[in-house]
Design a protein around this ligand. Structure first.
Ligand SMILES: [Zn+2]
Length: 414
């Protein structure tokens, strides 16, 4: 990011108003200049001038037949430009890589996943593969007239977001990998990195479709089952990050003090008892080559198929996972009093079998249960939540600070 001159008061007011108008269009959908003036409290003349800048910057477009040949006419509808800027989300996980591109409205325009055991590779090789996937995504976006506003990567470990540094990813065996620097050196784009469970919680918040009359999710815990078990805590629609962004490590809550050793150095952590490998092993699915690694979709599909068929060993494995999950989620609920626990990743497809034993554990272990029963919801995004959240952070940055985009365009001579 290039340093900007200190903004004059008037300029910062205009920047604020540009964001205000753009965010209204993002949250409420298409609107006329007059409607925007009414909801923002700005004058129509101010709104028109702001809209001119947003249209020139390709952030906003005039819509519909009434706009035909009448750009600037007060009655014509305005909307976010779906063929302008886009966000690129990447996910580097233990047994897969994923990439997606979303437009300004948050719609997915490109999506790819590649399965493969990243534990057997050096960070450089895995990140190079992720970079190639991002490059293909950028080319596909460009072919649709989209221009990337930035790239954000979701990582399965403790991430120092400011430095773009992956401190530790126990399941990958990676330490102190400068992931942000790696991607910044390869793409002429603003780059951000964050913990995948944090981004999954944000993805669910922004794109999970929970905004309906009965579905408002403001305070929830997102728990995603993969090789690791990740947690994201959202309080008042904001992600709770902790001092260094390391909060939400629900996978390393102790469920069984003398249980199996964990890669974090502890014992009996939730992910050793309810992570993907623990469930597959207990269900008797990890023995066959190629079922547990390198094909996460395949092994999870096999697990779900067995559960559907009523295979008793599989159902017992899921019940054992639900018991461990219940202990960890109840501890979390007792601390933060969320309204809802969202089951993500592998747990989304196991939710029909997890729900009853999990609810029983929560009822027994959560003190506020009689007055504030914890709702259990399957994630609407499932395994896509983290990569959607990653792309979403890029989009949210554009929507909250359109002036930065406009300045960059001006700097490029547009
Ligand atoms: Zn652990």
């Amino acid at each position: 990011m290039t340093p900007q001159p200190a903004p004059a008061r008037q300029r910062s007011l205009r920047e604020h108003n540009l964001a205000l108008v753009l965010q209204r269009l993002a949250s409420d959908g298409p609107a006329s200049r007059a409607q925007l003036a009414a909801v923002t409290g700005l004058t129509k003349a101010t709104v028109s001038s702001l809209v001119d800048d947003l249209v020139a910057g390709r952030l906003v477009v005039e819509l519909g037949p009434e706009a035909r040949g009448a750009v600037g006419r007060p009655g014509s509808a305005l909307a976010l430009n779906r063929t302008g800027l886009a966000g690129v989300g990447l996910e580097v996980n233990v047994d897969y890589l994923a990439v997606c591109v979303t437009d300004l409205a948050g719609e997915v325009r490109y999506r790819r996943t590649r399965a493969g055991d990243n534990r057997r590779q050096s960070p450089g090789r895995v990140l190079a593969r992720a970079a190639r996937m991002a490059r293909a995504a950028l080319a596909a976006a460009e072919a649709e007239g989209l221009a990337a506003a930035g790239l954000a990567a979701a990582l399965p470990g403790l991430v120092e977001t400011e430095q773009g540094l992956l401190r530790t990813a126990p399941n990958l065996g990676w330490q102190d990998v400068p992931v942000g620097e790696f991607f910044s050196g390869r793409f002429r784009l603003p780059v951000a990195v964050d913990n995948e469970a944090n981004l999954a919680a944000l993805g669910e918040l922004w794109f999970g479709g929970h905004d309906g009359p009965n579905g408002i999710l403001t305070d929830f815990v997102h728990v995603s089952g993969e090789i690791g078990v990740g947690g994201g805590i959202v309080i008042g629609r904001e992600l709770f990050r902790g001092v260094r962004g390391f909060a939400g490590e629900i996978g390393h809550l102790t469920v069984q003090p003398d249980g199996p050793p964990c890669r974090c150095g502890g014992r009996g952590c939730l992910e050793q008892l309810a992570g993907q490998e623990a469930i597959l092993r207990a269900a008797g699915l990890s023995g066959a080559a190629g079922t547990s690694m390198g094909d996460p979709g395949g092994s999870v599909a096999a697990l779900v198929a067995r559960a559907r068929a009523g295979d008793s060993r599989t159902l017992q494995a899921i019940e054992a996972a639900a018991h461990a999950l219940g202990i960890a989620i109840a501890a979390t609920a007792n601390l933060v009093d969320p309204s809802t626990v969202v089951l993500g990743g592998l747990y989304t497809s196991l939710e029909p079998w997890l729900r009853a034993p999990l609810a029983a554990e929560l009822e027994q272990r959560t003190i506020a249960q009689p007055w504030s029963p914890l709702r259990i919801l399957p994630s609407r995004l499932g395994p896509d939540a983290a990569v959607r959240g990653a792309a979403g952070t890029v989009i949210r940055r554009v929507l909250s600070n359109p002036s930065a985009v406009l300045r960059r365009l001006a700097g490029d001579g547009h």
